[in-house]
Write a protein that binds this ligand. Sequence first.
Ligand SMILES: NC(=O)C1=CN([C@@H]2O[C@H](COP(=O)(O)OP(=O)(O)OC[C@H]3O[C@@H](n4cnc5c(N)ncnc54)[C@H](OP(=O)(O)O)[C@@H]3O)[C@@H](O)[C@H]2O)C=CC1
Ligand SMILES: O=C1OC[C@@H](O)[C@H](O)[C@H]1O
Length: 408
Amino acid sequence: MAALLSRVYTAFSPPTVEKKSDAIKIGILGAARTAPLSLITPAKSHPEVIVQVIAARDHSRAEAFAKKHGIPEFKTSYQEVLDDPNIDAVFIPLPNSLHFEWSLRAIRAGKHVLLEKPATANAIEASILFSQPELSKPGGPVLLEAFHNRFHPSIRAFRSLINPAEVEHVHTDCMVPWVLADKNGIEFNYDLAGGSIAHIGTYTFTLLRLIFDAEPEECLSCETRTFGDGIHDRCDKSSKVSFRFPNGGIGEGTSTLWGPLLWKPSEARVTHRQVVVPDNTLPSDQEKLLTRQVTLHGFMQAFIWHRIDVKDSYVIRNKVDGQPVKTWVESKSQKVYSYKDAGAEFANVPGEDWWMSYRYQLEEFVNRVKGRRTQTWIGAEDSINLMKMVDMAYEKSGLGLRPTSSFG
Ligand SMILES: NC(=O)C1=CN([C@@H]2O[C@H](COP(=O)(O)OP(=O)(O)OC[C@H]3O[C@@H](n4cnc5c(N)ncnc54)[C@H](OP(=O)(O)O)[C@@H]3O)[C@@H](O)[C@H]2O)C=CC1
Ligand SMILES: O=C1OC[C@@H](O)[C@H](O)[C@H]1O
């Protein structure tokens, strides 16, 4: 418990480091709630990142935010940040519906972009955004969808325990207690591309794609709940979605932005098909079979707490009549807060156990901007395919795709 408290304390109050002379100067578009968590705090321990400016539409809001977070400059229009030659990159934590427009504007202004998840409102926007010619020019802007949890070492460790071809069933779920969501905020506003699928269902979809190492062929079902008040009717407050993947496996994603007060850690439970395990110590009329279940508890904010459980269920049976001769279970659990904990394969990947997923993400964003090698990355196809999955779900639900921006 003391270790957990110390780790979480340091994650939120990291050591402040001296900035290098060639540090990337980042501007934030919008005084969003998530900005301190997603960028400002992680930037404190990064020697190559300076959060230089915040833009908010309201003067006093911009000024107050800059003062509170020790940001040297503030502006009252997002465009002013893009027009500033002193700014190298922007962080975009705007409502989902504005991700497309402001990323396009930023790329056209030659800025690197760290773009809050989900990348866009739908797949049409994502396809257009990620195919901008500027992005493929050598030395051109870097565009990264900030799906922070993908960068946490626990995800790599979890994934290394899974054989995608043999995955039969996956259950994923995540929740946000209702007190943390705002019924009249961006999460439940259809015009701002709100909804629980768009906001947090995407965490479950992202994991399903990673686990199956494939894109779903079909959305089999998508049950949603709305407030049913005639105002927020096109935004799901919770959803249960099921997809079929190319190996025949089924992946489920359950999410709610209106969950109970008692927080339940997110969970991804992966069940493999039963497979034969070669064992030459057995008599020739017997065989050994294994069914593996791997569960990652806490995939959404793994830096706070998570646990990976592996449960291997073995059976030795007669080949002729299939009768079991012996059954047993082998279980193990693991926590992976830094790449050092992830084993020899990852030994040289930087990170500290107190690094937030957002800090790991920032490390890789900077590596890309500086032209260095990255260990984990979310490429254009990845972001586009995630939005295709979101569209499949919303289409199936009857709530309809989130609206496409008219910005061009
Ligand atoms: N990575 C993570 O852990 C999280 C990511 N997110 C993502 O970050 C983004 C922002 O979420 P969150 O911080 O909760 O949002 P907030 O509502 O706190 O902030 C959104 C910002 O968008 C600006 N904005 C511009 N136009 C509008 C408009 N028409 N209506 C409302 N706001 C507007 C506002 O900026 P201004 O200051 O100029 O008024 C506001 O500060 C979303 O894409 C969400 O999916 C959200 C939470 C956690
Ligand atoms: O990423 C997110 O995580 C927390 C939620 O409250 C928020 O709406 C979502 O966008």
